[in-house]
Design a protein around this ligand. Sequence first.
Ligand code: ADP
Length: 577
Amino acid sequence: MGRRATVLAAFVMVTCLLTGAAWWLALRDGLSRLAERGQADLALSGDRLTGQLQRFREMAVLMSDHPEVTALAYHPDADPAQATALLRRTADVTGSNELLLLSATGRVIASSGGDVGQDRSGQPHFLRAMQGALGFAREIEPETGHRLFVYAAPIFAPDGPVAGALVARIATETVEVTWRGDPMIVFFTDQSGVAFVSNRDELILARFGADQPTPELAAMAGEVRLRERATSFGGYDIWTLSGGPHLPERTMHLTRPLPVVEMTGEALVDIAPAERQAGLVAAMVALASVGLGAVVFALMERRRALADRLAVEAEANARLEGRVDERTRALSDANEQLRRAQAELVQAGKLSALGQMSAGISHELNQPLMAIRSYAENAALFLERGMGDKAADNLGRISDLARRMGRIIKNLRAFARQETEAVNDVDLGQVIAAALELTEARLAAAGVTADWTPPAHPLWVRGGEVRLQQVLVNLISNAADAMQGGGVVTVTARPEGGRVRIAVQDTGPGIAEPDRIFDPFYSTKEVGAGEGMGLGLSISYGIVKGFGGDITGLNRPGGGAEFVILLDAAKPGRKAA
Ligand code: ADP
C-alpha cells in the first residue's frame, strides 16, 4: 500500500512538472510570436508619427522664409494684416492649431489665433529658435488640456542675426486620429514616462515610468496610473493593467526609441490568446499524461493481481503435491501389504491343494511301496531257489519304482516350497509334465484321462517354475473336479505372436458364472473337507498377472470349460541348455 502511494505521488509530481514545462514552453513560444508582430506594428506606428510631425516641421521652416513673414519680422511695428491673413490661411490648410510670428523680443506680432501682443520670450523652444536652431516642444494647454507639439523656426535677418521666430502649434489629435482604430495599443512617452500620444483615450497622459514627470506634464498627468504590476516572463515584460473594460488585463510591453521626435514608442499587446493556447497545450499534456498513467497503473495492477494469483496457485499446488506424496506413500504401503497378503494366500492355496491331493499322493506312494515289498519278497524267494536272473529282474523293477517315488516326492517338495525367486526363464514343457504327474492320482480317481503332447522344441516362457506349476495343478484339479463322471482334460502349448499360449480344456459341464470365477472365495463346490475354498483361481490370476501374463476362463461352444494363459516368451538363445 505504501509503495502504491509513493508511485502515485511520484506520478502526480511528474505530471505536474510535465504540464508546467509544456505550459511554460507554449506560452514563451506564443509570446515570442506576439512580440515579433508587435514590434513590426510598433515600428510602423512610430514611422507614421515621425512622418506626420516631419510635415509640420517642414511647414514651419518653409513659412519662416515666406516674404510676408520675414517682412513683418524685420519691421515688427508695420501693419500685420497681410501676415496674419497668410498665417490663418496656412493654419487652415495644414490643420495646424495655431501659427504665430514672434519678434526677436518674444512678442507675438502676428497670429492665426488672437494672441497678438503677448510675451512668449521665456519659452524654451523660442529661446532655441533665437539661437538659430529649430525649437521643438510638447505642451499641454492649461485652460483646455489640449496636448500640442510645438515647432519654432528661426527667421534670419539678411545680415545675420535672428530677427524672430515662426511658431507652429499642432494638436496631437491631428496625428492621433489617423490610427485610432488599430487593435494594438500604442502610446508614445517622453523621458518622464507620461503617454503624450496614444491610440487609446484611457492611456492619454497616463504615467507608467517610475521617474518623475517633467513639472509641466506632472501637473496634468498627475495621478493617472494604469499599471498594476510589471513582471518578466521568458525575457518579456508582462504588464497587468487596471484600465477598465476596454483595455486588456494582461499585456506584453514593447518599446522602440524614436530619437527624431525625442520620444519612445511603446506598445501593449494582449497576451490572452497566447495564454489560452498555452493553457490548452498544458491541459492536453496533462490529459495525455494522466491517460498514460492510468494505462500504466491498470497494467501494474493487473500484473500484481496476476502475481498474487500465481502465488496462491503455487501454494495450492504445493499443498496438492504434498497430499499426492502422502497418498503415494499410503498407496505403496498398502501395495506392500497386499503383496505380503498375496504371498501368504499363495502359500495357503498350496497347502490347501496339498491337502486335497494328500489322498491321491498317499495312494500314489503306497502303490509302488506295496509293489516294492512284493518284488523284494519274490526276489528273496528267487534267490533261495537259485533263480538269480529273476531276482535281478525284480531288483530292477524295485529300482524303477523307487526312482518314480523319488520323483513324486521331489515334485511335492518343490510344490510346497515358498518361491522367493522373481521372474525368470522357465521350460514350459517340464512344468506341465510335473503338474500332470502331481495330479495323476486325482485324475485317475475321477476317471479322467489327460491329453498332453509335449512340443517338438522346448518352449521357454517368463515366469516362476513353482508358481506356474501351482497354476497348472490348480487348473487341472478344477477340470478333474468338474468331470467326476469321467472325461478328457486336454493341455496344449504353442507360440502366439511374441507370447506363448497355454490352454487347459475339459469336457465337463462348463463354468456356471464365468464373470465371477476369479473372485476370491467364489466357489460352487461343497464347503469343508478341503474342498471349495474359492481361492484357487484368484490366486492363479494374481500369479499370472505377476508374470506380466493374462488368464481367461470361458465356456467352449462345443461344451466344456477352457482356461487360457498367455505368457511372455523368453528371449531365444538365452536358455538353450
Ligand atoms: P474352488 O476350486 O475352491 O471352488 P476355484 O477358484 O479354483 O475355487 O474355482 C472357483 C469356481 O470356478 C469353482 O467353484 C467352479 O464353480 C468354477 N470352475 C473352476 N474351474 C472349472 C471348470 N474346469 N469347469 C467348471 N467350473 C469351473
